[in-house]
Design a protein around this ligand. Structure first.
Ligand code: ADP
Ligand code: MG
Length: 557
């Protein structure tokens, strides 16, 4: 390949750059957070390689990030001693967008950035990364030396408009990456030392490598999760949470744990106020950052958390794994499995405690995160605890926003009642119009209202709670309900009191209906169940509820 090459950016990158430079106005300083986080990633990767025994170029270089602000030339330079990039890598990494499905991605981003000009918010949520530097730069020069000694240094230059140049250098350079940022006229503030220090303190304080300006280390460097709990203030937790998630709000709940047995680990975890994973409809991107003795092994490791607790953000740091563990075998690792099971129990306890001591906070948690939490019906080992944390709207409530637990339902159950009843429907109105609801209204028996398909799966899986069977109202055995007195005053004429002529007419009607419906039904019969509706469908006892059958048909079951 030619030593020097001039290349055009791909169309989607040109579009992305256009959005970045022309539609985001506030908080442009966020570009520095992105570059520092890349430098830190590069250092993490290098530390990971050395810790597993890989030979690297310049092994004695300190692992750090250095910043230099040239106020006269309006140039900010950011240097790291991380893993570096080869020529191939620099073209690949700085020439593609990490997100898959970039068409949709760009459309979403273009739309959102029309309404929201805040760079911090858009870039945080869309993960723009490196390209965000072009919000403030008219020219960027990246010089890099890979940690592999046989690679030559490479230089990548771009104005962020349509193209870039790349060349292999003949000189010898120390390992790592240097980024020279030539600032636009109206953004030269980013070449002043105080401004930069302030930005680092605000956005990059918890980077685990020193960030140096001159002789001074600007960031905090310590690993907060390793500090004893009593010495950490809530503000520090909040600050760390914001650093970790890019959320602008503090977390709903903080969970800092230190465990000695059966495995030794520390975890610092948070429940965000908002479910803000907009690109994560499948809920398959979640997890905790895994460290082994302060060395980052993997970000968002899924093996540390069951999926239904995937709303948790945070880090786990353990003493009990070797540093050279391969990421591929983490899933089968027994230490990881033990950490997962301990963490699961701790989170469930924290939720139970919250539900008890601060129901409003728990309701806020439920509103945002219950969608994913309900997948927990598959966690048989914790079935009872899971069931205890479920919340539903119910017939005793005045509005659709109120919630009850299964335990509270039981505390209100009628003398002799042995089942918890529920009805599924799209809305409160729909449920209350359901003919199966009538007998319950008449008897004054409470019914839980289920609005989401997963609710019924969850309750079917739970099966029973504190000896009460969970039962779809339409499958309820009427004999059980008969024992309860009517609370409803408008009496209808009981079937027994019909005259002979009346019953003859009814018999003929039933027979006629049976003939017309034929094999579509097993039987047409008189019912005590209804008070105002003329007819309803029931399934033979013990089979799926009609709602469930609809769902199964939808998913092709
Ligand atoms: P992301 O960090 O989400 O992968 P970025 O756009 O921020 O996306 O960076 C793209 C890629 O460029 C990184 O994944 C990394 O491979 C490479 N890269 C960026 N900066 C550096 C750096 N300082 N050292 C080594 N590689 C880097
Ligand atoms: Mg990045």
């Amino acid at each position: 390949a030619a030593a020097q090459e001039h290349c055009e950016f791909k169309t989607e990158i040109k579009k992305l750059l256009d959005i970045i430079t022309n539609s985001l106005y506030t908080n442009r300083e966020i570009f520095l957070r992105e570059l520092v986080s890349n430098a830190s990633d590069a250092l993490d990767k290098l530390r990971f390689e050395t810790s597993r025994g890989t030979e690297v170029k310049d092994p004695d270089l300190p692992l750090e990030i250095t910043l230099e602000a040239d106020d006269n030339k309006h140039v900010l330079t950011l240097k790291d001693t991380g893993i570096g990039m080869s020529r191939d890598e620099i073209v690949r990494f700085l020439g593609t967008i990490a997100h898959s499905g970039s068409e949709q991605f760009l459309e979403n981003m273009a739309r959102e950035s029309k309404e929201n000009k805040d760079a911090s918010d858009i870039i945080g949520r869309f993960g723009v990364g490196f390209y965000s530097v072009f919000m403030v730069a008219h020219k960027v020069v990246v010089t890099s030396q890979s940690y592999r000694s046989d690679e030559k240094p490479v230089r990548w230059t771009s104005d962020g408009l349509g193209s870039y140049d790349v060349e292999t250098l003949d000189e010898s350079l120390p390992r790592g990456t240097t980024i020279e940022i030539h600032l636009k006229e109206d953004h030269k503030e980013y070449a002043t030392e105080n401004r930069i220090k302030h930005i680092i303190k605000t956005h990059s304080n918890f980077i685990s490598f020193p960030i140096k300006m001159g002789e001074e280390t600007v960031n905090q460097v310590t690993a907060l999760w390793r500090e004893p709990k009593f010495s950490v203030k809530q503000e520090q937790y909040d600050e760390f949470y914001k650093f970790l998630t890019y959320d602008s709000e503090p977390p709903l709940e903080t969970l800092h744990i230190s465990v000695d047995a059966p495995v030794q680990f520390k975890a610092l975890m948070f429940i965000p106020k908002k479910d803000y994973d907009i690109f994560n409809q499948e809920r398959d991107k979640y997890g905790l950052d895994l460290y082994v003795r302060r060395v980052l092994i993997q970000k968002e490791n899924k093996d540390l958390l069951p999926q239904y607790l995937g709303f948790m953000k945070g880090v786990v740091d353990t003493e009990d794994l070797p540093l050279n563990i391969s990421r591929e075998t983490l899933q089968e690792n027994r230490v990881i499995a033990k950490i997962k099971s301990t963490i699961t129990k701790q989170i469930l306890s924290a939720l139970e405690k919250m539900a008890k001591s601060d129901p409003d906070k728990y309701a806020a948690f439920w509103k945002e995160h219950s969608k994913i939490f309900k997948i927990g019906y598959m966690d048989f080992a914790h079935k009872d605890r899971f069931a205890g944390l479920l919340r539903f709207n119910s017939s005793i409530h005045e509005s659709k926003d109120e919630l009850t637990s299964l335990a509270d339902y039981i505390s209100r159950a009628k003398e002799g009642q042995k089942e918890i009843y529920y009805i599924s429907g799209q809305s409160r109105e729909a449920v209350e119009l359901n003919p199966h609801f009538e007998i319950f209204r008449k008897k004054g028996i409470e019914v839980l209202y289920l609005y989401e398909p997963i609710d019924e799966f969850a309750l079917e899986a739970v099966g029973e709670f504190e000896k009460f069977k969970l039962k779809a109202a339409e499958n309820a055995d009427l004999k059980n309900l008969d024992d309860f007195a009517d609370t409803d005053k408008d009496e209808k004429k009981p079937v027994e009191e019909l005259s002979k002529d009346d019953s003859k007419i009814l018999d003929r009607l039933l027979k006629k209906m049976q003939d017309i419906l034929g094999e579509k039904v097993t039987e047409v019969r008189l019912s005590d169940r209804l008070t105002t509706s003329p007819a309803c469908l029931v399934s033979p006892d013990g089979t799926m509820s009609s709602h469930m059958q609809k769902i199964m048909r939808l998913v092709g079951g």
